[in-house]
Write a protein that binds this ligand. Structure first.
Ligand code: AMP
Ligand code: ZN
Ligand code: FE
Ligand code: FE
Length: 285
């Protein structure tokens, strides 16, 4: 019998991934995954397509999202799982992020303009919305446009020189707090999980996060070596938190991170799936 593996962290064209929700689901089945959660940045748009398709093709799916938040001045990504997709509080938070991103993108384009790079809002919108639905537009889309226009050699180059934190065209944008984000996920009956703590290089922030009202952390992430992962797995075990895991697959945008390179087993997936079933006993997820 094949081993049960579920990748609980990936992105689609609804945010900054290069594959549509349908393509991600098909790929998941091709590589032998049994479970999946699509965790687009600040949007749950993928689920409109993903749920009926996953059901039809026999892939188990759990609602998911990756929210951008801020603790003091440090950006923190928070994963939400098993929430009610129709809950107004969670949908309102996604809408708030769309407005935050529109304003922030406008400011970043203005900063780029000052550096002699001409990218219009229309061009950005057109590139990011090739596929139907509402979209979460961000720095990777701007970086791709910069590359297409010959302003930089690669997406990586755009981040390194202009768009990365601390660079001249980086704009933090409106802050949505960790507390507000956890609260919205909880109101929508979901679980709030610290995303990739391995990438947070600020020890005081990590200390504070570990004391907050989270339900879990992403212990297995992408291709981190076991000794780094173990540190996070042990920290979660001490707190009796849920330990999730996933690849953070983005498709061609991040070619060295394949779908399924990190996963969770059936036991953890079942906790998330059962919670979802309880939340949505009266309708579709
Ligand atoms: P944003 O949500 O607009 O702040 O963009 C953040 C996203 O940009 C991350 O989730 C990654 O997908 C991507 N990203 C961040 N840093 C880099 C980098 N150095 N190179 C390529 N992509 C990056
Ligand atoms: Zn991303
Ligand atoms: Fe992230
Ligand atoms: Fe991610």
């Amino acid at each position: 019998m094949k081993e049960f593996r579920a990748d609980m962290h990936c992105h689609t064209t609804c945010s900054d991934g290069s594959k549509t929700p349908e393509e991600v689901i098909q790929l998941a089945l091709q590589i032998g995954l049994s479970g999946l959660s699509i965790t687009d940045h600040d949007t749950i748009e993928a689920y409109t397509q993903a749920i009926p398709l996953a059901e039809k093709l026999g892939l188990e799916i759990v609602s998911g999202v990756e929210f951008s938040s801020m603790l003091s001045d440090v950006p923190v990504h928070i994963l939400g799982y098993s929430f009610d997709l129709k809950h107004p509080v969670l949908n309102d938070l996604c809408q708030k992020h769309i407005l935050r991103r529109t304003e922030r993108n406008r400011m970043m384009l203005a900063a780029l303009q000052k550096n002699g790079f001409k990218i219009s809002e229309e061009e950005l919108f057109e590139l990011a919305t090739k596929h139907p639905g509402k979209h979460s537009i961000g720095r990777p889309h701007i970086a791709l446009l910069m590359m297409q226009k010959g302003y930089v050699k690669s997406i990586q180059d755009a981040f390194k020189k202009y768009l990365g934190e601390g660079c001249s065209c980086y704009i933090r944008g409106e802050s949505i707090s960790v507390e507000e984000t956890i609260d919205a996920i909880h109101q929508a009956k979901g679980l709030a999980v610290i995303a990739h703590p391995h990438l947070i290089n600020h020890i005081p922030t990590l200390r504070k996060l570990m004391q907050m009202n989270f339900d879990g952390l992403e212990g297995y992430y992408s291709k981190f070596p076991p000794e780094v992962q173990n540190q996070w797995v042990e920290a979660a075990q001490k707190k009796e938190w849920l330990i999730t895991g996933g690849s953070d697959f983005h498709g061609d945008v991040k070619p060295n991170t394949p779908l399924g390179c990190s996963w969770i087993q059936k036991e953890t997936f079942s906790i998330l799936k059962d919670r979802l079933k309880d939340n949505c006993a009266h309708g579709n997820i």
